[in-house]
Ligand binder design. Structure first.
Ligand code: SAM
Length: 289
């Protein structure tokens, strides 16, 4: 390891400590990798608390950075596995959290990581201050893969949290709201100001807590078709369903109208007014049309 005069304070989530670590390792946050390090101790503690970790738990941290949240997760006694893309941060993490026996650091891209192989067979939780440039792909790939994921506690851009938790009827409600609420019970735990990060991002943030549903909340014959219908309905969100659902492809106007009638849904409505149950009714009627 590089010979630095690094004197790591007990808590990394402090502005002066983070600055000192970055300076000691001659590092600058890489904006292209979404590097905004938390420097607010209370925020880090609240994320770790929201994950509800016990020493029996396994937790996956995506993007540990310099170990800020990792340290708080490690202190719960849970088995912490971290996946960090930026190779420059490995020697930093060795210094800042290397002494915790319950922390394992893996270098790699989370989107290309074989998570079941990494986390073993049993249930696990996810806690992360996510890199914002790939928030949705990360969350959706975790959920769609049907991993034994119990709980997801993630820092995301405030607007993303609003979309993921939005209910029918509003501007924020879209395909991502339906997907999140199909797989989980998402709620915004608290908001975080840009000044809590170093460097501060250009947006405000929110911590989203999602309890994984043991079973989907609505019955659909085939999930893939269900999500194709949701995507088609929202593809032209200002249009009536009679028009937007033609984006399913291969259906005439009459066929779409018959399908909507069979599902008991008024074709003059727009996608943003449909509940999960109504999308499921559409999927069921589509399967038997
Ligand atoms: N956890 C730290 C904190 O709270 O201060 C850092 C969070 S920072 C917002 C996001 C982290 O994700 C960075 O360390 C970045 O290098 C890492 N990252 C970016 N893309 C990644 C990817 N594809 N796979 C894994 N980590 C990634």
């Amino acid at each position: 390891m590089e010979d630095t005069e690094l004197d790591v304070q007990p808590v990394i989530a402090r502005r002066e400590v983070t600055n000192r670590i970055l300076k000691a390792f001659h590092l600058r946050a890489d904006k292209n990798l979404g590097q905004n390090f938390l420097v607010e101790e209370s925020v880090v503690s609240r994320i770790a608390a929201a994950a509800e970790l016990t020493p029996q738990d396994k937790v996956l941290e995506i993007g540990p950075g310099i170990g800020t949240l990792t340290q708080a997760l490690a202190r719960t006694g849970a088995q912490v596995t971290c996946v960090e893309l930026d190779k420059r941060l490995l020697p930093v993490l060795a210094e800042t959290v290397g002494s915790y026996e319950n922390v394992r650091i893996v270098q790699g891209d989370i989107l290309k990581t074989d998570i079941p192989a990494l986390m073993g067979g049993g249930p696990f939780k996810v806690a992360a201050n996510l890199p914002y440039y790939i928030t949705t792909p990360i969350i959706m790939s975790l959920l769609e893969r049907r991993l034994p994921l119990e709980r997801l506690v993630v820092m995301v851009q405030k607007e993303v949290a609003e979309r993921m938790t939005a209910l029918p009827g509003g501007r924020d409600y879209g395909a991502i709201s339906v997907a999140m609420q199909y797989y989980t019970e998402p709620r915004t735990a608290f908001l975080v100001k840009a000044g809590s990060f170093l460097p501060p991002p250009k947006v405000d943030s929110a911590v989203l807590v999602c309890r994984r549903r043991p079973d989907p909340p609505v019955a659909v014959p085939d999930e893939k078709t269900f999500f194709r219908i949701v995507a088609a309905a929202f593809s032209v969100r200002r249009k009536m369903l009679t028009n937007s659902l033609r984006h399913m492809g291969g259906l005439s106007g009459d066929e779409v109208r018959a399908w909507l009638a069979a599902a008991g849904i008024d074709g003059t409505r727009r996608a943003e007014t449909l509940s999960l149950e109504e999308f499921a009714a559409l999927a069921r009627a589509y399967a038997v049309r």
